[in-house]
Design a protein around this ligand. Structure first.
Ligand SMILES: [Zn+2]
Length: 183
């Protein structure tokens, strides 16, 4: 009985102090990281330091992609592809309003655009034709302009794509994953 009681006692006064201070240290760290997360905002926290906002000169980017802005969303062809983007392993937010020009009184739409930050790429066209990931990335602009990264590797529904990511044709219901790596 004596042995049990003594084993519950701290071995040294300094060890006891260490044990007592530990929970306090943990609480302080949690509060600090929470404050950082709140200050950075959810998008920045998810992006892990890489933020690629939608292009401001939407019309110019869309023209560069070889597409034409429309004053209404054309729905003869209407499919959705999910795009996930990672830069050095950290997920990058695919911004809302890629391919949508809101500078005028009414919005103008590219056949390729995003409405939100879910990574859903809307393909809405008056005619059925192929649209490529390269066209969408040109509209977005930022992944092209960020020279820290080389060309990405691409996966389609989890299968590695052997060709250039730009050449991927957007297909309904597929998930395209792009992984960029620092040069
Ligand atoms: Zn849609």
């Amino acid at each position: 009985m004596t042995a049990q009681r003594s084993s519950l006692r701290p071995a040294t006064p300094s060890a006891a102090r260490a044990r007592r201070t530990l929970p306090g240290v943990r609480r302080t760290l949690c509060a600090a990281s929470l404050a950082l997360a709140l200050a950075a905002g959810p998008a920045a926290a998810a992006a892990g330091g890489v933020e690629w906002p939608a292009a401001r000169d939407t019309a110019a980017q869309v023209e560069k992609a070889g597409l034409t802005m429309l004053d209404t969303e054309q729905l003869a062809m209407h499919i959705h592809t999910i795009l996930e983007v990672f830069a050095d392993g950290e997920q990058v937010t695919v911004p809302a309003d890629i391919g949508i020009d809101r500078s005028g009184p009414e919005p103008l739409y590219s056949p390729l655009h995003t409405h939100d930050e879910t990574g859903t790429v809307h393909v809405e066209s008056a005619e059925w034709r192929d649209f490529t990931l390269g066209q969408f990335l040109t509209e977005w602009g930022a992944p092209r302009e960020d020279t820290r990264f080389g060309a990405p590797l691409a996966w389609v529904d989890g299968r590695l794509w052997a060709g250039e990511a730009d050449d991927l044709v957007l297909r309904d219901g597929e998930t395209i994953t792009l992984r960029y790596t620092s040069r």
